[in-house]
Structures are given as C-alpha cells and as structure tokens.
Ligand binder design. Structure first.
Ligand code: NI
Length: 295
C-alpha cells in the first residue's frame, strides 16, 4: 500500500495551491527524519529572494511537494494501517480473553458448584443428584457460629417464605446448609441445628475430605484455627454466600452478607420466573427423602 502510493507521485508536476500549502506545512512541521529523508532539510519555502530565484525554488518545491504529499499520504496511510492492525491485534487479544473466560464458565456463568456426596441430617448418604429438578439455595457455615450463620440462615428462611408465598413461583427451592466444621458438626448436631431455621432446610455434613471437596467446588473458603486443644471452643472463618443453583444443578447467582432478604428474594424470583418463561420445568415437590423427614 505504501509503495503504490509513492509511485503515484510524479516529479515536476504542479501541485494545486491547497496541496502545496498542506504539503509545506507538513514538511516543515513534520518530524525531522521525514524532512531529511526528502532532502528538505535545507529547503526554504518562505523565501524573500527575487522573482526568478523564487520561480526556481517554486519549481523545485513543486517537485518536492509531490513527493512530500505522497510521503505525507503514505505516512497517513501507514499510520492508518498501523492503527487498523493495532485495533485488530487488540480485538484478537480481547476475543482470546473472552474465549478463555467462556472456557471457565458454563453458559456464561462462573464455574461454581459440581457434584457432591455428603450425609444429611438423618444420616443418609445424599448427592447433588437427589436435588435435581428444583432450585437449590446453598449456604456454608457451622453450627457453633455465634452470630453470622444464624443471621444468614434467618435471612435464608425469610427469602424462602417470600418466594414460596409467591403464587407465580411457589415452593421450588430446596435450602441446603453445608457445614464447614465437620469435626464438631456430626449428624445429630446438624439435625438439631437446621430445624431451628426452616422446615425444609437440609443439613449436610461429611468427612473432612468430602467437605473440603464441596467447598472447593463452590469456591468457599474456610479455615479452622491451627492449634485447638481438645474440647476447646473455636471459630471457623468462612466465606458468607448463598448460592442459587438451577434445577440442572448449575450456578445461577450468589448473594453476599450485605444483600438484604428483600434483595435476595426479588432476585431469586426473577431468575426463577425467567427460567419458567423460557420453558424451564421446576418441581414444587420436595425431594422424596426430604418430604418424609421435614414433616
Ligand atoms: Ni458463620
């Protein structure tokens, strides 16, 4: 492109005044490498010489102006080309970033969640498959948590009642509490704990490995103090989120501690209504095992 533009310049041809003006302006104000390349370093355009000399200079300037114009155009074209290439490069880099982001997500959502196998509050081995067909609202915590977990689980109960009471939505969510303190939160402990919050609340515990695995899948951080003497009380530091999972078990949304029950209820309802409007099916029946035990 650059070369063909330069070839267009014909030395000696008169350049229209406007072009001369442009070409001069550029040549004189242009970067030094461009001027020296054109041999313009010593050319004076604004000469006060006699007419003859001026005509001579004008002729030389005419030839130079064509070259200047060509180079100017070529430089412009070059810059344009450069910016276009740069734009393409940036766009390609963005597309690659987007591709990588997609790889890490499912249907445009972060890859949160996954299969789990734990023990429910009745001592029954329970997996993610048992909850399919309904939404799950999952919370990770521990029964000895003095304030945050009870507050969050009260909030969860409020959200559930609001959503269940909406005739357009109904009882389509199974609430799940997963302990991140499996050493203390045994089956009886969990059973005693969950019934304080909501009749449908499922409590899950398991081995340390099983809990660590499910926490990792949900990107939940938890940490027990490193040195705890036998029988000594301790707190488990843990992330505070509710995860809304679809009837297929896929991540839909998550809610933080500063989200009010009102906000969470509204958002959860919107997600569910959107799913139903798009032809999604969701069961209002509790999973059979939970139905037997929650009454
Ligand atoms: Ni807590």
């Amino acid at each position: 492109m650059l070369r063909s533009l330069i070839r267009l310049s014909v030395p000696g041809r008169t350049v229209p005044r406007a072009c001369q003006f442009v070409a001069r302006g550029v040549a004189l104000s242009g970067p030094a490498p461009v001027r020296s390349q054109l041999g313009l370093t010593n050319v004076r355009y604004y000469s006060n010489k006699a007419d003859g000399a001026r005509a001579q200079t004008a002729s030389a300037a005419g030839a130079l102006n064509w070259r200047t114009l060509a180079v100017f155009t070529a430089t412009g074209a070059g810059l344009l080309y450069y910016f276009r290439e740069e734009k393409k490069r940036v766009e390609a880099a963005r597309a690659e970033e987007a591709r990588l982001a997609r790889e890490n997500t499912t249907y445009g959502k972060p890859k949160i969640g996954g299969p789990f196998s734990l023990i429910d509050q009745n001592g029954v081995r329970t997996t993610n498959e048992d909850f399919k067909g309904r939404y799950m609202l999952i919370y990770f915590g521990f029964t000895n948590c003095p304030d945050i977990c009870p507050e969050e689980l009260d909030k969860m109960a409020e959200v559930l009642d609001t959503v269940y009471d909406d005739p357009e939505v109904g009882n389509v969510i199974t609430p799940i509490f997963i302990t991140c303190d499996p050493q203390r939160d045994t089956v009886p402990e969990v059973k005693e704990y969950v019934k304080d919050f909501h009749k449908n609340l499922v409590g899950l515990t398991g081995s340390m490995d099983e809990i660590a695995k499910v926490a990792k899948a949900y990107r939940v951080y938890f940490s027990k103090p490193p040195k705890v003497a036998e029988g000594e009380d301790y707190l488990v530091d843990h992330s505070i989120f509710f995860y809304l999972m679809s009837p297929e078990g896929e991540f839909v949304d998550c809610y933080a501690k500063d989200h009010t029950a009102e906000h969470v209820s509204k958002s959860v309802k919107e997600h569910i209504l959107d799913y139903i409007q798009k032809g999604g099916k969701v069961s209002k029946e509790l999973p059979s095992r939970q139905a037997q035990t929650s009454s």
